[in-house]
Design a protein around this ligand. Structure first.
Ligand SMILES: Nc1ncnc2c1ncn2[C@@H]1O[C@H](COP(=O)(O)OP(=O)(O)O)[C@@H](O)[C@H]1O
Ligand SMILES: [Mg+2]
Length: 201
């Protein structure tokens, strides 16, 4: 399955999710062949290459996506840049089986996600929305996650990825949360998200 990871700007946890979803999928099945693609020229995905030796990494331009040898992989995750242009999105959507949109639980995050959903609907591509960096103690976060649940109930992931400072430590070490803090809420959330992603097959 090819999944495009798309957010409306940087900092929505796309790269973090590419890395940790791959690690979670591998934890479930160590034989799984996973490719992580960075189509963001300024992206930081490749910084995790050494930390995830069982995963394949590639940085390629979107023109080359069509030539992807998809039968060589069980899962391909495409890490897209923040505010991607229409040409890039066209080529990413044309080869993807699913799109995963990233929503920060804020007003701006919610509005932007509504716009992204329209683009997926225009392409007639199945999509899901995942809320990331969620802080339960913030009323604003609870409000905008609830708004998303109400607005797109069939497409919102049951998994919310909670805010956890350890993600930054893992990023600094170029590792997944499963190496740095395997019992943390972060590891629990990505295990749950991986199960959900598996159910889309
Ligand atoms: N659930 C989380 N809790 C706390 N920090 C997070 C979480 N997810 C990502 N981060 C941090 O937020 C920053 C942006 O995440 P990143 O995945 O690089 O976003 P993007 O790829 O969408 O630009 C990084 O420093 C990352 O470590
Ligand atoms: Mg990124």
């Amino acid at each position: 399955m090819i999944i495009a990871l798309v957010g409306w700007r940087g900092g929505t946890a796309k790269t973090t999710t590419a890395v940790n979803l791959a690690a979670a999928l591998l934890e479930q099945d160590s034989m799984r062949r996973i490719l992580l693609i960075d189509v963001d020229v300024r992206g930081s995905l490749m910084d995790f290459q050494a930390g995830l030796p069982a995963v394949e990494f590639a940085r390629i331009s979107h023109e080359l996506l069509k030539k992807l040898p998809r039968d060589q992989y069980d899962d391909v995750l495409i890490d897209c840049p923040g505010s991607p242009d229409a040409i890039l999105m066209d080529s990413v959507f044309s080869i993807s089986d699913q799109v995963l949109f990233f929503m920060r639980p804020t007003y701006a995050g919610y509005v932007a996600t509504c716009g992204l959903i329209e683009s997926a609907q225009a392409h007639k591509i199945p999509y899901h929305v995942v809320v990331t960096r969620f802080e339960m103690r913030k009323e604003k976060h609870r409000k905008w996650r609830a708004e998303a649940w109400q607005s797109f109930p069939d497409n919102i992931c049951a998994t919310t990825v909670r805010h956890l400072a350890k993600f930054e430590d893992a990023e600094d070490e170029g590792k997944s949360i499963f190496d740095v803090a395997p019992q943390s809420t972060g590891a629990i959330d990505y295990r749950k998200l991986a199960k959900e992603v598996d159910s889309w097959r």
